[in-house]
Design a protein around this ligand. Structure first.
Ligand SMILES: [Zn+2]
Length: 59
């Protein structure tokens, strides 16, 4: 029997629409593409979710 120990971690990439600052963080429940999440700390622009992806980590 195969026993693969793999852990998947989902990440969310947020991007400011005004200054293009990108921040990668761990996925939170309720995240979806192009959701407006917060306000940019440097330019007060809108921050939207640009990308959601999963990385598989082999233990
Ligand atoms: Zn900004």
């Amino acid at each position: 029997m195969f026993s693969k120990k793999e852990e998947k971690i989902t990440y969310t990439v947020e991007k400011c629409m005004s200054c293009n600052t990108m921040v990668k963080r761990k996925f939170k429940t309720g995240d979806f593409l192009f959701k407006e999440t917060s306000e940019c700390q440097s330019c007060k622009g809108k921050i939207l979710i640009e990308k959601i992806f999963a990385e598989t980590i082999k233990a």
